[in-house]
Design a protein around this ligand. Structure first.
Ligand SMILES: *Cc1c(COP(=O)(O)O)cnc(C)c1O
Length: 390
């Protein structure tokens, strides 16, 4: 069976984990800091904080942006539900900005008009869909003029670059950028997430929030009289300074993530090559084309999505997926628009309010793309798809 995506482990990745198991710290040890340093240096951010998952990272980022009761977080309808759920975790209001047809990313023009008539938006969460960086300068400008913080959801975009060549995660256009190390993402840690930022206050607050809200060693104390005795720090003393969570990651996961991270450029180069081969194979078809038509030389190539005119072909998407499946080819849909989810409908959302997202959803099909996919397997997939859509 060829899945739509999968991780790639090598012997040194396995040995990196074994070394942790044979060493001292399983969690809260030096490998967490080391992984954070490596990622921060690579993307060009001052700080990084690793978390239990990308979802946990988004939750903490929404807290720091100040989203809460009576305020809102705006994201794309075409994303994994976690991007929007971050608003609900902090009792805020999610809202959605329709996508741009050619990129499948949040439309800056639609964001601008949303921000013109809604004054309650405190965070804007653009999602670099499939690894293709959003058009950040107009998103940042619109958010700035509305007093909203930008949080980039870069779960798909580790290793992707903006048009000026800087890496997603450098936070040139945002206060925080969030990554995921779920096995289907570019780098696998088992589970895990990371937030990068250039703001020291944000960094220090993230450190506390990921561990119950407890002060870190050199944080100023709220009750110094309780923490000190005759000018000396009491060795037992710690302060829970606000409500945080247990969102820590383990050294075991960070060892795997760090080992995998060294291969990121090689992983992406192969994904890019496979994406170009798909582009060439599907070029010129009338009823099937790559969903993202521009800028993909900068992409992290997390997934490869086709837009197929199923209605025009007289085929249902379910039939196409079942026929592929019968030939041992996996496929998937990224994503059902978040406002179409029953929970979001129960909150009053309706997917017809986002027509570009709805049109995209009718036609989207994710086909296999991952480092291990061989040219021969890809040729087999291409032939199977062409037999239905050409
Ligand atoms: C995977 C993903 C997340 C969540 O990451 P986890 O590590 O699985 O919690 C958030 N946003 C997007 C766009 C994702 O693809």
């Amino acid at each position: 069976m060829i899945p739509y995506g999968k991780h790639h482990l090598e012997e040194d990745d396995i040995q990196a984990v074994v070394a942790i198991l044979r060493g001292g710290a399983l969690t809260q040890g030096p490998t967490v800091d080391a992984f954070e340093r490596v990622v921060a240096d690579y993307v060009g951010a001052r700080f990084a904080v690793a978390t239990a998952s990308g979802t946990a990272a988004l939750h903490l980022a929404a807290m720091i942006a100040g989203v809460g009761p009576g305020s809102a977080l705006a994201t794309s309808p075409i994303t994994f539900i976690a991007s929007a759920n971050a608003a609900l975790y902090v009792s805020g209001t999610p809202c959605f900005v329709d996508i741009d047809r050619s990129t499948v990313n949040m439309s800056p023009a639609a964001l601008r008009s949303l921000l013109e008539h809604r004054r309650d938006i405190k965070a804007v969460v653009p999602v670099h869909f499939a690894g293709l960086p959003c058009d950040m300068p107009p998103i940042r400008a619109a958010a700035d003029s509305a007093g909203a913080v930008v949080i980039e959801d870069a779960a798909h975009a580790l290793g992707a670059r903006y048009p000026n060549g800087s890496l997603v995660g450098c936070c040139a256009h945002s206060l925080m950028t969030v990554f995921s190390f779920h096995p289907v993402k570019a780098v696998a840690a088992g589970e895990g997430g990371m937030i990068t930022t250039n703001d020291e206050h944000v960094y220090r607050r993230l450190l506390r929030l990921r561990s119950h809200g407890i002060n870190k060693a050199d944080d100023p104390l709220i009750r110094p009289a309780d923490g000190n005795d005759a000018g000396q720090r009491n060795p037992w003393y710690y302060e829970m300074q606000e409500l945080g969570y247990h969102y820590r990651i383990t050294d075991i996961q960070c060892a795997l993530g760090m080992s995998q991270f060294q291969k990121l450029d090689r992983f992406i180069a192969r994904r890019r090559e496979l994406a170009h081969r798909y582009d060439a194979a599907f070029a010129g078809l009338r009823k099937c084309h790559a969903a993202q038509q521009v800028g993909r030389e900068l992409s992290g190539h997390h997934i490869y999505v086709l837009r197929i005119d199923f209605a025009g072909l007289g085929l249902s998407r379910g039939d196409v997926m079942r026929r592929l499946r019968a030939q041992d080819i996996g496929s998937h849909v990224h994503y059902i628009p978040v406002p179409a989810q029953p929970h979001y409908r129960s909150l009053g959302f309706d997917p017809v309010d986002y027509p570009e997202a709805a049109a995209y959803y009718r036609e989207a099909l994710t086909i296999p793309l991952y480092y291990d996919l061989s040219d021969a397997q890809q040729d087999y997939i291409i032939a199977a798809i062409l037999s239905m859509v050409a």
